[in-house]
Design a protein around this ligand. Structure first.
Ligand SMILES: [Mn+2]
Length: 281
């Protein structure tokens, strides 16, 4: 017997249904999180498979100060509701929600928690799905590591894991690569480039055709030496997600306005065009 806890009006628009949706860096539990826009996004967009690629909940912020408004709760409910309706959902934790890394392999409300995942696109491309913070040290020391070779790369990945574990045990906050990069503003572009190359390299080492990640809040789809590099962006500043169409084509979805705001903006624009056309006549 179907049980519906939420009753939604009959007039709900039909959502666009993609093959896959990727979301990351939503940062629920912070004031910066654009939960209302995300709710609107989830209302208008659906998929057979959804990946939540880390920093969905900001455990670091919540530990300092509890902030959990209704809209943030609604996002969680909306996602779980999709699962109940048959969406396959995988949650790949990031550094801000690393508490979830203690539950790798478990299912919560039908959502699988995984350290990383491989997604096969409709056109048979194998994509590594990972948040990206695992490569912070590799990114920071990319130049040295390239010089030192393979053992250094493996060591850096291990060091990254170990350092953050120790910092946590000692009660320090997470060392944030993005914060570090923002301090060195003039290096921001270099930093994004280094991150992209490090993640593409990670995909190559795992014999994947591409990588879908988050972490640096910078949505992009581009080719790096034959590897498809995809960054989902975030739902804090840029409000972006990645969609896979039914033919395997990947696209960045921008959702800085609610669908309603979008419609009235379009109406206003076409009204202005009509007025302009009359004035010109
Ligand atoms: Mn992150």
């Amino acid at each position: 017997m179907p049980v519906s806890q939420e009753s939604e009006p009959e007039t709900e628009p039909e959502p666009t249904v993609y093959r896959t949706l990727f979301l990351s860096d939503v940062h629920l539990g912070t004031r910066g999180c654009q939960a209302e826009l995300l709710l609107d996004f989830l209302k208008h967009n659906d998929a057979g498979t959804v990946y939540l690629v880390g920093d969905m909940i900001d455990g670091w912020q919540l530990k300092n100060r509890w902030y959990w408004p209704q809209a943030h709760n609604d996002v969680v409910q909306k996602l779980l509701r999709k699962v109940r309706k048959g969406t396959r959902m995988t949650y790949v934790p990031g550094n801000h929600d690393e508490f979830a890394r203690g539950y790798i392999g478990a299912f919560f409300g039908g959502v699988e928690v995984a350290d990383h995942a491989y997604h096969m696109t409709a056109d048979k491309k194998r994509l590594l799905v990972v948040h990206g913070d695992q490569f912070d040290i590799v990114v920071k020391h990319a130049r040295w590591l390239a010089f030192l070779g393979d053992w250094a790369y493996t060591f850096a990945l291990w060091l990254n894991l170990w350092l953050n574990k120790s910092r946590r045990k000692l009660g320090f906050t997470y060392w944030s690569l993005s914060a570090w990069a923002k301090l060195k503003v003039k290096n921001a572009v270099n930093f994004i480039g280094a991150f992209e190359v490090a993640l593409a390299e990670a995909a190559r080492r795992r014999h994947a055709d591409g990588v879908v990640c988050g972490h640096i809040h910078h949505a992009v789809i581009r080719d790096i030496d034959g590897i498809t590099y995809v960054n989902i962006g975030d739902f804090v500043e840029s409000c972006t997600a990645i969609a896979e169409h039914h033919d395997g084509r990947l696209e960045i979805l921008h959702w800085q306005m609610t669908a309603e705001e979008r419609r009235s903006a379009a109406d206003a624009a076409s009204e202005k065009n009509r007025t302009d056309a009359r004035a010109a006549a």
